[in-house]
Design a protein around this ligand. Structure first.
Ligand SMILES: *Cc1c(COP(=O)(O)O)cnc(C)c1O
Length: 490
């Protein structure tokens, strides 16, 4: 299968590219993105066929349907990484919370957040392409806390790939920081920045666009790539778990085959929700995809009013930091799918130039046929964490908790909901401890212990061990010094 471009063709790139090419240089003409030329239509026959399949069998068959230019053996090796999840026989457990509410737990991988779902296999795929081409790649990552650990974990000791990971020093949780700075593989460099996440992200964008930086890399026989969530190499692995979660409900006799469900997704860059959208296009019975946000509620306003409006908007820091995003990159792929390349280009350029676009009434109606949205404040989120724990004995993290609000406001009682849980309680423990016990300003290690006590849970060993592991990555610098630091590392 080939990949085409969301904003049309400016002749700076080929009209169509292969999957490998779309992965290695994910930015298309006019700054657009790559999308599959057509999606395989799997339909109910596929669902029936995989009614009792393991996660990996389902995944393999779905990936086969995309006919991507990756060797079957490489795909097998990539999918085998799901064996390292808590339960190799079911990497994504779907848990009943109450009568019509199910949680699909996407956080059972090595770094305890949903980024592992896609980045774990992506690491193998990218490294294999680099080896095939006999090229060396530098992967740049900027993280507010979850992407960094997952990217380091997947690329450590992989051939032909090095990673430089930028994080805001003091801007992540202790657990997230320790997950990064205790990584000691020789092909990884972790750089703390004196600044906030936006500084790290702007530095990354500057480097990706810088000709002098590319030249300097060339001298070191290295090309540049990025592992951010617009990369279709990540998106493709995010379609699978939506189908799997649906089939889990069938297996649990919660629904009958063909019955529609809500997919309720805590959203930031819209990769997770886009995976659900593609699954629906491929034949998954979905009533609506409900987009949940925090106080950074641009997506709620888009889906309710048709306006993507960033004028006078600033990112606010919330209790669900992985969703503190204003420019939600993957929305562009839905716009393309619904309205075509000319309109997508027009809307995206308007967003870039005027910080604003507005859908026409008929366009909004089409968007709303499949999407609904609401947002949840940090205080509301904590109330949902406490209530859900006390009433249903289910502990959720602050990102997942944003879905509880939209579950109440956007869904009908007689249709089952799948809420996607994107992080384990261990990753955002101070907020959860505060929600459960009222304690404030707790350090992660103390918060973890108090939650474990209240909820009668064990702290997973990979989290506990972080606090005594040696710090291998000690670099913390000013943002002006990043380029030099990376070149020194190479
Ligand atoms: C990345 C992330 C999200 C947002 O996912 P998108 O695919 O970017 O919408 C939500 N929750 C957690 C914990 C995350 O790490």
């Amino acid at each position: 299968m080939n990949f085409i471009q969301t904003r049309g063709v400016d002749n700076s790139k080929p009209e169509k590219v292969t999957f490998s090419e779309a992965i290695l240089s994910p930015i298309a003409s006019f700054g657009g993105l790559y999308v599959p030329e057509n999606l395989p239509n799997l339909g109910e026959a596929f669902l029936n066929k995989h009614r009792n399949s393991s996660y990996k069998t389902l995944a393999k068959d779905m990936l086969d349907a995309f006919a991507i230019d990756i060797d079957s053996a490489v795909i097998d090796e990539a999918l085998n990484l799901y064996d390292k999840f808590d339960d190799a026989s079911n990497p994504v457990p779907v848990v009943k919370v109450k009568e019509n509410l199910y949680v699909s737990e996407l956080y059972h991988g090595p770094t305890r957040a949903f980024k592992d779902m896609a980045l774990q296999p992506f690491g193998i795929v990218l490294s294999s392409i680099a080896q095939r081409l006999n090229e060396n790649y530098l992967i740049l990552a900027a993280t507010s806390g979850d992407t960094g650990p997952a990217a380091l974990e997947t690329f450590k000791n992989r051939a032909n790939v090095k990673v430089a990971c930028l994080y805001p020093d003091g801007g992540t949780s202790d657990v997230q920081r320790l997950q990064m700075v205790t990584e000691d593989a020789a092909n990884l460099k972790v750089i703390g920045i004196n600044g906030v996440f936006d500084d790290a992200q702007s530095a990354l964008k500057r480097l990706l666009a810088s000709e002098t930086f590319k030249k300097a890399l060339q001298e070191k026989d290295t090309k540049l790539s990025a592992a951010n969530s617009v990369n279709f190499g990540r998106i493709i692995f995010q379609i699978i778990y939506h189908i799997h979660s649906y089939l889990e409900l069938v297996r649990q006799n919660a629904i009958s085959m063909g019955e529609k469900v809500y997919l309720n997704v805590p959203s930031g860059n819209f990769g997770n929700a886009l995976g659900g959208y593609y699954a629906w296009k491929m034949g998954l019975p979905v009533e609506k995809i409900i987009i949940s946000s925090n106080e950074n509620n641009v997506l709620t306003r888009l889906i309710r009013d048709g306006k993507y409006d960033l004028r006078g908007c600033e990112v606010v820091s919330t209790t669900s930091p992985a969703m503190d995003i204003l420019k939600s990159s993957n929305v562009e792929r839905v716009l393309f799918d619904l309205f075509g390349e000319a309109r997508t280009k027009e809307l995206m350029l308007s967003l870039e130039e005027k910080n604003f676009y507005e859908l026409r009434e008929d366009e909004l109606a089409r968007l709303r046929e499949l999407f609904d949205a609401d947002y949840c404040t940090g205080e509301e989120g904590k109330k949902y964490i406490k209530e859900t724990f006390e009433q249903y004995d289910y502990l959720m993290d602050p990102h997942t908790a944003t879905c509880m609000k939209s579950y109440e406001t956007c869904s009908k009682d007689d249709i089952k909901s799948i809420i996607y849980s994107t992080a384990e309680w261990t990753k955002f423990s101070p907020v959860i401890a505060n929600a459960l016990t009222g304690e404030v300003d707790t350090k992660d290690i103390d918060a973890l212990q108090s939650i474990a006590k209240v909820a009668k849970l064990q702290i997973p060993s990979m989290i506990n061990e972080l606090f005594t592991k040696e710090i291998a990555q000690k670099t913390v610098i000013e943002k002006e010094a990043i380029e030099e630091e990376i070149l020194k590392f190479l």
